[in-house]
Write a protein that binds this ligand. Sequence first.
Ligand SMILES: C[S@@+](CC[C@H](N)C(=O)[O-])C[C@H]1O[C@@H](n2cnc3c(N)ncnc32)[C@H](O)[C@@H]1O
Length: 405
Amino acid sequence: MLNIFQQQPHPALPEASHDEKSRQEFSKSLRQFVQGQLLPGLAPVFQRQQKKFVDEHGREPKDRREVRKFMVQDPYFQTYASTNRCAQELLWESVLTSIERQQPSLNETAAQLSAKNGAPLVVDPEMEVPRYVTGIDIHCMPGGYAGRAAEDDISTAALYDRGVYLYAMGYVGPMNDDMGRSVCNYVTRNMPDFKPTRILDMGCTVGHSTLPYKEYFPDAEVIGIDVAGPQVQYAHARAGGMGMDVSFQQRDAADTGFEPGSFDLIVSHILLHETSSKAMPAIFKECYRLLKPGGLMIHADLPPFDHSDLFSEFILDNETHYNNEPFWGPMRDMDQIQLAVNAGFDQEQVRFDTAPMAVLEFAAAHAEGYSEEAASEVADRDFEAGEFAPGGGWEVLIGHKQADA
Ligand SMILES: C[S@@+](CC[C@H](N)C(=O)[O-])C[C@H]1O[C@@H](n2cnc3c(N)ncnc32)[C@H](O)[C@@H]1O
């Protein structure tokens, strides 16, 4: 059993019975086992297979694709990859049972909670959701982000809320909000004079990362947008249930429909790697258009592959091949700085940095739901291959719009 942060309940979250909870814990532990026990065994396999490759070809493998060709033949790798895939499918399955049992009351509860959120909810049933979202069940999540079993059904969002906690194995804190908190910390500490009054979170899903912005910048208007209708509906209800007035709107980050210069701060958290090579440049352009002069864009996502070695690249790229994340690898090959420059940002005003994970300091401060014991699990952990927190912090791409733009 994992001794890590437990998810803090809130009124919109589906409840789990004793047996359901136990299956969910098992799926989380199985994932932990794969990452913690099976994954390290791949390093010696890689060394052995790489040596064989060099003996046969008289040279090192040139890229992760060549590594994949020989690694997929190895029975240890096959066992690792198939167990990992089973663990992934199992985690969603373990949550689905409790969601199906509680339908339709989950939808009714969401509607009631939504009424408590004083900020607008915008759902656009006519909106054309991009095919890269609807065409695949991203990270094997049944129904994807935008699927609905019936009109106004929010099951896929409830599934995401609980499932992503298991997926992240509790490492992103009791409210699944460490990315948002960490970026907020980063902004308040590194730019103490920056006081945003209007904040946009792109690809907000259920608002995990969005709500911290309201907490850190209570006077600001905070808006989360997502192309998936069920996600923004649930996000709005979740915020209402937690007593927060935050707006959630169904909009496309590549073409939001907001006025130019509407925001001081535009953020996203693990949105970009789930878009496409066409959407990503459009999203950067939209950020530039929407920012006020002097405004700030921050995307917390995966660093480019050129920050890692060939073995790590190969492992990370397993997400592309076995976890329904088709853009995971291609995104890491893209020159994100150049995309920002193409969108209008000055080269000197764009950079990568790391926002330290906030969970560690919240645990040290004994905040509700945090424990030092769980935090030590995070601190001791090697955030390596196959995980989206690359090592004690979140990789952030930062772009400052020129003050005189
Ligand atoms: C991994 S989730 C983001 C998680 C969320 N930001 C968080 O921190 O919890 C990716 C989300 O991006 C949304 N998305 C994908 N393309 C989008 C676009 N062009 N505009 C807005 N949302 C988009 C998906 O529907 C999905 O909800």
